[in-house]
Design a protein around this ligand. Sequence first.
Ligand code: NAP
Length: 262
Amino acid sequence: MFNAMNKPISSWRGLRVWLIGASSGIGAALAQQLLALGAIVTLSARREPALRQLAAAHGQEQAHVLAFDAIEPAAWPQAYQSVCQNMGEPDLVLFCAADYCPERVWEVSAARAGQTLDINLLSAYRAIETILPAMLARGHGGIGLIASVAGYMGLPNASVYGPSKAALINLAEILYSDLHPKGLSVYLINPGFVQTSLTAKNDFTMPALQTPEQAAAAIMRGMAAGDFEIHFPRRFTQTMKLIQLLPYRWRFALFERYLKLS
Ligand SMILES: NC(=O)c1ccc[n+]([C@@H]2O[C@H](COP(=O)([O-])OP(=O)(O)OC[C@H]3O[C@@H](n4cnc5c(N)ncnc54)[C@H](OP(=O)(O)O)[C@@H]3O)[C@@H](O)[C@H]2O)c1
């Protein structure tokens, strides 16, 4: 009952990791920590120069760069083939890519919502479709989805981002039910606020704000321990979990009182 939900990771040395969304923020910090601990990492995102800069400090055998646009369905099979050629079949795939546009519901356009859902959600399905057959055949491997506490409940301003992250949380739960019995690990990663280019768009004071390095360290700790949900910082995420449990009328009253929305 209280065993780790995934296989704990005792050493990162030689573990082959494909990190999608590695060019900045949490993904870049994760890449640095994985590489420092001896993992073999393929760094993916669209901005190749940023990926090359990250890889430069490490040997060609350890850090591979594979730039591609994750919303291009045709790019995935090709990308996966390159990953396997360069470092072998990945042991762990971390899906970190996302876009965020703070907007109230009356500012949402369906076209723009589609773009956000395409990278935040549909591309996670593309990743799963691409990597699962080989992982299932091997009966070994792990998948991590970076969702967000913004997926715990409907929060003003996260009009499209929030639903995309709620869907990722739901998807990670389904992945765990389906894949854990087949020997695969599944990680649901729910960060609170982290100081990155994504949250630089927020015009409010972000509570319990962390650095990308702190976020990456929490993710590494959670995966090493074999956790399923990795959420941090706890003082913030636990409060959000409690608010999520409140009856709707209390939750909405709290939002009206404290979020100072106009
Ligand atoms: N910052 C926070 O407070 C926070 C909180 C909760 C969850 N998160 C989640 O953490 C993850 C990392 O976000 P971050 O805060 O570190 O933001 P970030 O610095 O903007 O990182 C986003 C990453 O996604 C990549 N990406 C975006 N569109 C892509 C595409 N079409 N194809 C391939 N890669 C793409 C970006 O690279 P390119 O632009 O080079 O393609 C970048 O590497 C996201 O899933 C985010 O939702 C962040």
